[in-house]
Design a protein around this ligand. Structure first.
Ligand SMILES: [Fe+2]
Ligand SMILES: [Fe+2]
Length: 136
């Protein structure tokens, strides 16, 4: 069974954002598969965490640019969550680089954060995005 199946509750209706969230969910599944394996390939874990870090940064920059366009009032607290998540991924990467073998808890961290953030936090800007799109 897939570790983190895509859920319709994740859908924002904004095509580009949904595609990026799908990538993050797919990559969480890839990481889970890697760290669950009995013969974990260290290089593969590094590669996936680095790609994840890059992708998150780009995704967050895109969302944060959207907040400026929307004049989104919850921007500061939302950005703070993005920053904390980046720090958590950096921490995983550092621990991994220092020789620690990351287990399933690394994939759990991603799954829990993404589920909470997409459903409870990202979806809050959708309404404002929709009224903004209708107004232009
Ligand atoms: Fe976000
Ligand atoms: Fe997002």
């Amino acid at each position: 069974m897939l570790f983190m199946p895509w859920d319709t509750a994740f859908e924002t209706g904004i095509t580009e954002i949904d595609q990026q969230h799908r990538w993050l969910v797919d990559t969480t599944n890839e990481l889970h598969q890697l760290v669950s394996s009995t013969s974990v390939c260290k290089q593969d874990v590094s590669y996936i965490l680095e790609r994840l870090m890059d992708y998150c940064m780009n995704h967050f920059v895109m969302e944060e640019a959207l907040f400026i366009r929307l004049g989104y009032p919850e921007s500061d607290s939302h950005i703070a969550e993005h920053n904390i998540f980046c720090e958590q991924i950096m921490d995983l990467l550092t621990r991994h680089d220092m020789g620690e073998t990351l287990g399933v808890e690394a994939a759990n961290l991603l799954k829990n954060w993404l589920t909470h953030h997409i459903i409870d936090v990202d979806k809050q800007y959708v309404e404002q995005f929709e009224s903004f799109s209708q107004a232009i």
